[in-house]
Design a protein around this ligand. Sequence first.
Ligand SMILES: [Zn+2]
Length: 221
Amino acid sequence: MKEDGRSTGQTETYAGNVLNTQVLVLNKSWIAVHITPARRALNLLYIGVARAVHPSDYSLFEFDDWIDLSQNGMPGRYVHTPNLRVRIPDVILLSHFNRFIRHEARFSRHNIFERDRHTCQYCGKPLPRSQLTIDHVVPQSRGGHDSWENLVVACMRCNVTKGNRTPDEAGMTLIRRPIRPAWLPRFGLRVPNEQLRVWRRFVDARAWGLGHPHEALSTVE
Ligand SMILES: [Zn+2]
């Protein structure tokens, strides 16, 4: 199969990279469980363990039907063979359970910094890691635990100002509620807006680190 970046639609992809672009994988219950390269997604379609999800009406397509549909000129990313072209699906749905295990972010200081993008969660200032601390939203002395929901990145100044108080008591507001991320931003993998638009139907964008279009994201090791 010849890799080719030509496309009929708004999504521009560099030639040769098309098969490495990302496809969202849903399990049988339509829950997002994975991101996989287009190469693998097409293989899963081909061997019949997944179906392609139509980007507009979310109807499902077996491989052969998807190939037929691909000849219609639907906008998107394509790979070309001598005789036909194949639209890279944005989303595929697994036909069986347990093909993928859900990746969860490992709880660690490092990943708290990653989740909060090295940005103080009180004043919103991005800073070098050496100038940041990790703050217990509810202080340990008040029963606050080490958890995704209770730890945030704070600059030294905000941490000292807050002291041994809750944000309410200190009159400080978190710029966003801390949650357990399903995926973490890393490496600089780009997701085009057009894909994000389709993916957002299925994923909690914030938990997946997809807060902003074209922002880096990746899976957790
Ligand atoms: Zn701060």
